[in-house]
Design a protein around this ligand. Structure first.
Ligand code: PLP
Length: 392
């Protein structure tokens, strides 16, 4: 059975062209890019090209890019750097809907290191309030960390405006752009963020490589200390295959951006509109008109998301649910809770996330198979409207 992969916000397929590009660096070209000899030096040249490619995608300088092992490392490094560089400042601003790479780290800093953290809330569509944001900024705010795009809903946040406000207040600004890079245009010449995180495996490069943009002249303190790699900003022998892959993936993402914005959006809209029309008591979660083109988060009322996932898995469809099985009870995700999605809907939420590798036939198959699955599950559900006598 062929998998219909609609879970691209969790991870993506390595693009075959990326795979081809890195093969030699697993075998004959295994040199250490820091070596003095030509054998290592030729790998160093490729790393330089990869850095330039990532920089071109973001419209920044190559020396403003440092390679890391993943998006989580980039996020942790950025926040820790800002705190270490400004030891007197004890306040952090973030949102209640960040990825755990930021959110759990902020909770850790609050609990273990006594920092004060403001978690900005959202409205029912997951949107932030600019007045709440402005009011949260204090003289002792060390760092503001706000995601460019949300991994669960696809919501895009007004990073340009928020970063400008941070700059006016002399506060460092970091954005987790792991879901945004490659999907929406990013121009760091015009968006005054100090730091930006991205991750290879979310844009068709392999797992285990990420990058952190650090603006020239922004303060920076390394997280990993050791050798002089990455201009002494991140020690450790370079993940040469990962970095070369990330460079190639950025080049392709840059080239494919219009495809993402037209073909992928059209498929996503077809899937979303089809499901909402065919399945009663289904609602869209997120900011309909200001989202990533590949993401659709739909709540199917009166059914458990986990049950839906198991059923669609049987027919080869891979997606994600908005609830996580924590301590034995099914809790809606922190993102849906921040949005106050009603209980009977939050539990039945499914995130579909597409890529340029999805096809129209795949979407047609989902549109044919999912509605009867939901109907059958509702017949079994203790929460179903019929059983509660709501007559919906
Ligand atoms: C996946 C993801 C991360 C973490 O990236 P890794 O490379 O898996 O560590 C961070 N932020 C967002 C928004 C993500 O979607």
């Amino acid at each position: 059975m062929k998998t219909i992969y609609l879970d691209n916000n969790a991870t993506t397929q390595v693009d075959p062209a990326v795979f081809e590009a890195i093969k030699p660096y697993f075998s004959e070209l295994y040199g250490n890019p820091s070596s003095m000899h030509r054998f290592g030096g030729q790998v160093g040249v490729e790393i330089k090209k990869a850095r330039a490619s990532v920089a071109k995608t973001l419209n920044c300088l190559p020396e403003e890019i440092l390679f890391t092992s993943c998006g989580s490392e980039s996020d942790n490094t950025a926040i820790r750097s800002a705190l270490t560089a400004q030891p007197k400042k004890r306040h952090i601003i973030t949102t209640a809907v960040e990825h755990p790479a930021v959110l759990s780290f902020c909770k850790f800093l609050e609990k273990k290191d006594d920092y004060e953290v403001t978690y900005l809330g959202t409205d029912e569509h997951g949107r932030l309030d600019m007045d709440e944001y402005k009011a949260a900024i204090r003289p002792d705010t060390a760092i503001i960390s706000i995601m460019w795009a949300n991994n669960e809903t696809g919501n895009i946040y007004p990073i340009e405006e928020m970063a400008k406000i941070a700059k006016d207040n002399d506060v460092l600004f970091h954005t987790d752009a792991v879901q945004a890079v490659g999907k929406v245009p990013i121009d760091l010449k015009n968006v005054p963020v100090d730091m930006l995180s991205l991750s290879g495996h979310k844009l068709h490069a392999p797992k285990g490589v990420g990058a952190l943009f650090v603006r020239k002249r922004s303060p920076f303190r390394p997280f990993l200390i050791g050798g002089h790699q990455e201009g002494s900003r991140r020690a450790g022998t370079e993940n040469t295959t990962g970095i070369i892959a990330l460079g190639k993936a950025c080049e392709l993402a840059h080239k494919n951006m219009d495809t993402e914005n037209t073909k992928v959006r059209a498929l996503r809209d077809k899937l979303e509109n089809g499901l909402l029309a065919a399945i009663p008591n289904s609602i869209l979660n997120g900011d309909k008109n200001n989202r990533l083109p590949n993401t659709s988060n739909i709540s199917f009322g009166y059914v458990e998301g986990e049950a839906i996932l198991l059923m669609i898995d049987q027919v080869g469809i891979a997606a994600s649910s908005g609830s996580a099985c924590t301590s034995g009870s099914l809790e809606p995700s922190h993102v849906l809770r921040a949005m106050d999605v009603p209980f009977t809907f939050a539990h039945g939420s499914i995130r579909f996330s597409l890529s340029r590798f999805n096809t129209e036939e795949e979407i047609d198959f989902v549109l044919k198979t999912l509605p009867p699955i939901i109907e059958n599950l509702r017949k079994l559900s203790p929460f179903s409207p019929e059983k509660q006598g709501l007559g919906l």
